[in-house]
Design a binder for this molecule. Structure first.
Ligand code: URA
Length: 209
């Protein structure tokens, strides 16, 4: 069974507070989500392997360490996931970016997939699927299934806020996938919003209603 990791770093928690705040406007909201995504990427990449390399400092040779060349892929779930991808790429610019397009049917609350584009070497990459809100878990489950159908075997899920219902659903359908959150909230309301959450992440990122 995959694990749930809630990042309790003070900077992540501080910024998340203002992301939640209804009085935070679109520009600041977007900047804060970007910053938290960068901080979360720092934590989520702790396991990356290093290899020894020697470089010349101005003083002499230094036996140092560099990333061992693990191939990473970032897959934002459209559209709100886009708000987190640049923040991750700041730290791992060599990662390739795939996209999975999903919208939530307002009646059934079920995700509908309308677009998938992934790097060609799917089998060789470790993927981080990103979406700010893990609510019912439907979109995340379908996005992960899409990746698996195309050959991906190493997948992590990174969201700002999760609901227990979403965590349970992802673990039920994809037990090996680790989930990384900035907060695990209380529950979903009857419209499928996370409580207390932050409202509609896509609308708040892009200034739509
Ligand atoms: N999607 C959102 O943007 N917000 C929620 O609270 C749930 C799903």
């Amino acid at each position: 069974m995959g694990n749930v990791h809630v990042f309790d770093h003070p900077l992540i928690q501080h910024k998340l507070t203002y992301i939640r705040d209804v009085s935070t406007g679109t520009k600041e909201f977007r900047e804060l989500v970007d910053e938290v995504a960068t901080l979360m990427a720092f934590e989520i990449t702790r396991h990356l392997q290093l290899q020894e390399v020697t470089v010349e400092t101005p003083v002499g040779p230094s036996k140092s360490h560099a990333l061992a060349g693990k191939k990473l892929g970032v897959v934002p779930i459209l559209r709100a996931g886009i708000g987190m991808s640049d923040g991750i790429l700041k730290l791992i610019p060599a990662a390739k970016v795939g996209h999975v397009g999903m919208y939530r049917d307002p009646e059934t609350l079920k995700p509908v997939e309308y677009y998938v584009k992934l790097p060609s070497d799917v089998e060789e990459r470790e993927f981080i699927v990103v979406d700010p809100m893990l609510a019912t878990g439907g979109s995340a489950v379908d996005a992960i299934s899409s990746l698996k159908q195309r050959g991906a075997t190493n997948i992590k899920l990174m969201c700002l806020i999760g609901a227990p219902e979403g965590v349970e659903e992802v673990h039920k359908q994809h037990p090996e996938v680790d989930i990384y959150l900035a907060a695990l909230d209380e529950k979903l309301d009857d419209k499928g919003y996370i409580v207390p959450g932050l409202g509609d992440a896509g609308d708040r990122l892009f200034g739509t209603k």
